[in-house]
Design a protein around this ligand. Structure first.
Ligand code: SF4
Length: 425
């Protein structure tokens, strides 16, 4: 049987989407620093913000306290500021001290936040000034992780979008593939190996592991998203001429197969070679998911809007684990980017964009799902009401893409139910 699973037009873009605006319960974009700093090994993320910001990233990335961290905070909201100049002096001083102490840093991001003192600052000018001062040792860029402007995964989007202007044209023009979105190194290696076996050898990953290994870009670059929350980055890449390969996201056996097949079709890989390369890992993925699918089959699941991964995850749990979707909430819906996954959702799936948390809680009580995927702030209240929950942030922190991670991804959904059964036994 062919490995390629076609994208039917069943649910398609005609799925009704309800929009809500109300109180939200989500993290701010600073959270992205947690996985970005692990990925880009010579970058440093300097949050220009308050003690609240410092606490957020330190508690979320507590383990890094014992390692040499690649993030920090320039606290500026508690100073007796006589003006913007003081704040700029403070940033300059912190950066100077940091770069003397850490000559290994090659790329420094100034990350904006919420306090009014920070909003008044022009961080892009500060970044330009510092780039000149510290040239050529370090390049300084800026983006906003403020909770007023960004939620959770949008921090990565803002970071990568600020970085795209640094991508230069290649010396010679040839068709290349760029995989866009932070992936764990192990996932990156697996995908690269599969693509190489298919003959797609000109593959780069953005963000790269080292800032000095930036991919090049021109009109012959085709890019494919590995993460669904990168709409601004996608726009910036297209402004530089790159073309997006449309595909569902690489989750589970089927999602990964379709994602790889979308690349294969664009790079002239034959069906026979594609099947040969993907057969064994696809079967491994199917086997590793089987036990979890047996447990999850027919169970009801609701997604509260948080990470923008909700629609691809809903496709995965419904199609590959046999779960029933009560509601799929997403903080933002980028229809083009989500089109391929939405086309695979059953007709009538309730998709809700945005959040009105009280209304969503009411619907959840009436749906009575077996499992709720939600942000940290809502997990305790929901558990107190007898619901079984999964923190959506775990699905961002854990390597879940690709064939070899399919079993781990399925386990993230089955484990909370197993835990609940043990508790009530
Ligand atoms: Fe800092 Fe604003 Fe995030 Fe709070 S919401 S941690 S003030 S950036």
């Amino acid at each position: 049987m062919s490995a390629v699973i076609p994208i039917q037009s069943a649910g398609c873009e005609t799925l009704p989407v309800k929009s809500e605006k109300g109180q939200r319960e989500v993290f701010c974009g600073l959270t992205g620093i947690i996985w970005l700093h692990r990925k880009v090994q010579d970058a440093f993320f300097l949050v220009v913000g308050s003690r609240t910001c410092a606490h957020l990233i330190q508690s979320a990335a507590g383990v890094m306290i014992f390692a040499e961290p690649r993030f920090g905070t320039a606290i500026i909201d508690e100073r007796d500021l006589s003006g913007i100049a003081d704040a700029n002096d403070e940033i300059d001083r912190v950066v100077q001290e940091l770069l003397v102490r850490r000559p290994d840093i090659k790329l420094l991001f100034l990350v904006g936040s919420c306090p009014s003192e920070v909003i008044k600052l022009d961080l892009s000018r500060a970044a330009q000034r510092l780039s000149k001062v510290h040239h050529p040792q370090v390049r300084v860029l800026n983006y906003s992780g403020s909770g007023i402007e960004t939620t959770f995964t949008q921090g990565e989007d803002a970071c990568l979008a600020s970085w795209v202007p640094e991508l230069v044209q290649p010396v010679t023009t040839s068709k290349t593939l760029m995989v866009v979105g932070t992936l764990a190194d192990v996932v990156e290696d697996q995908l690269r190996t599969l693509l190489h076996k298919m003959g797609v050898s000109q593959v780069s990953f953005f963000p790269p592991r080292r800032s000095t290994q930036l991919p090049t870009i021109d009109a012959s670059t085709q890019y494919i998203l590995a993460q669904p929350f990168l709409a601004d980055t996608a726009r910036c890449l297209e402004a530089k001429g790159a073309k997006r390969i449309d595909a569902p996201f690489p989750l589970g056996a089927k999602g990964t197969t379709r994602w790889l097949w979308a690349v294969a079709q664009n790079f002239g890989v034959s069906q026979a070679l594609f099947d040969e390369v993907t057969k064994a890992p696809r079967q491994r993925a199917e086997q590793s998911m089987a036990r979890h699918a047996a447990q999850l089959q027919g169970k009801k699941i609701s997604f509260f809007p948080d990470s923008q991964l909700e629609i691809p995850l809903a496709r995965f749990v419904q199609e590959e684990l046999g779960m029933t979707l009560s509601e799929v909430g997403t903080p933002y819906l980028h229809r083009q980017i989500m089109a391929a996954d939405m086309a695979l959702l059953p007709p009538g799936t309730r998709i809700v964009e945005g959040q009105d948390v009280d209304k969503q809680m009411d619907r959840c009580k009436s749906d009575q799902p077996d499992l709720v995927v939600c942000g940290l702030g809502l997990a305790n209240p929901l558990e107190a009401q007898g619901f079984t929950t999964k923190w959506s942030i775990e699905l961002v922190f854990t390597p879940i893409q690709g064939y070899e991670q399919a079993g781990d991804l399925a386990a993230l959904f089955s484990r909370p139910l197993t835990r609940r059964l043990k508790l009530v036994a």
